[in-house]
Ligand binder design. Structure first.
Ligand code: ADP
Ligand code: ZN
Length: 212
C-alpha cells in the first residue's frame, strides 16, 4: 500500500497505527533519510542539506534506497506501507517496475487542505529518537522529553515557514500529479484526513478493508 498526502496530513501518525493493525512494516523514506543523516553516512549528510531546505532528494538515489529496502524479507511476506514514496512520476514508474511481481494493492490519498496543514506544521514537534509526533501549545518554545522513549522532542529543521512552503509547493507540482496517475489506474482511494486521529484511522481501515 502507498500513502500520499501533503506534509502535515498525518501520514506518519496514521502509518504507525496502520502498521500495527495490519502487522506490516511502515517504510518511511523520510525516516530512512533522517536515520542516515544521524549516522553521518555520505548519503545522510547529502540528504540532510536537501531536507533542511525543503527540497527533494534525487530520484535515482531514492529509487535505489527503496529498491534495496523492499528486498528485505520483512517486506516480502504480508506486504508493507510505503510513506513518502513515490513523490514524483519517475518514482511512481520505478515502483511499478520494482513491484511488478507483487503489485501495489491500494494507493490512499490522505487529503487535508493546504491551509490546515500549514497550521498543523507550525505546532508540530517530533522526537528525534523514536519519531513520535507531538503538538506544541502556542507559547511552548522549549524542547521537551519524549513520553515514549525519553528522547529530545524538537521542531524538525524542515518545519520552518520557508521550508514548509517550499515542500508544499513541491508537493503540488511533483507529487499531486500522482493522484491523477493512480486514479486513472483504478488504484486510488481518497480519505478525508480532517478530524480526530481515531476517526481518520477508522476511515483508513474501512478504505483498506473494502479493497481486500
Ligand atoms: P514531509 O512529508 O513532511 O516532507 P518526510 O519525512 O516524508 O516529510 O520527508 C522529509 C524529507 O525527506 C523531504 O522533504 C525530502 O527532502 C526527503 N524525501 C523523503 N522522501 C523522498 C522521496 N521519495 N523523494 C525525494 N525526497 C524525499
Ligand atoms: Zn521518543
Amino acid at each position: 500500500m502507498i500513502i500520499l498526502g501533503r506534509q502535515g496530513a498525518g501520514k506518519g501518525t496514521q502509518c504507525v497505527r496502520l502498521s500495527r493493525h495490519y502487522v506490516v512494516p511502515h517504510i518511511s523514506t523520510g525516516d530512512m533519510l533522517r536515520a542516515s543523516a544521524r549516522e553521518g553516512s555520505e548519503l545522510g549528510l547529502m540528504a540532510k542539506q536537501i531536507m533542511d531546505d525543503g527540497g527533494l532528494v534525487g530520484d535515482e538515489v531514492m529509487i535505489g534506497l527503496v529498491d534495496e529496502r523492499l528486498r528485505k524479507p520483512d517486506a516480502d511476506t504480508r506486504g508493507y506501507i510505503l510513506d513518502g514514496f513515490p513523490r514524483t512520476v519517475a518514482q511512481a514508474e520505478a515502483i511499478a517496475r520494482i513491484t511488478s511481481a507483487k503489485p501495489i494493492h491500494i494507493v490512499i490519498d490522505l487529503d487535508v487542505p493546504r491551509e490546515i496543514v500549514l497550521e498543523r506544521l507550525s505546532s508540530r514537534r517530533v522526537c528525534r529518537d523514536c519519531g513520535t509526533n507531538y503538538t506544541a501549545g502556542p507559547n511552548e518554545q522549549r524542547p521537551w522529553i519524549c513520553d515514549v522513549c525519553g528522547g529530545d522532542v524538537q521542531q524538525r529543521a524542515d518545519d520552518t515557514p520557508d521550508a514548509v512552503n517550499r515542500r508544499l509547493d513541491l508537493y503540488e507540482t511533483q507529487t499531486a500529479p500522482l493522484i491523477d496517475h493512480y486514479s486513472r489506474r483504478g488504484a486510488l482511494v481518497v480519505v478525508n484526513g480532517i478530524g480526530h486521529p481515531d476517526n481518520v484511522f477508522k476511515r483508513l481501515t474501512d478504505a483498506v478493508d473494502s479493497r481486500r
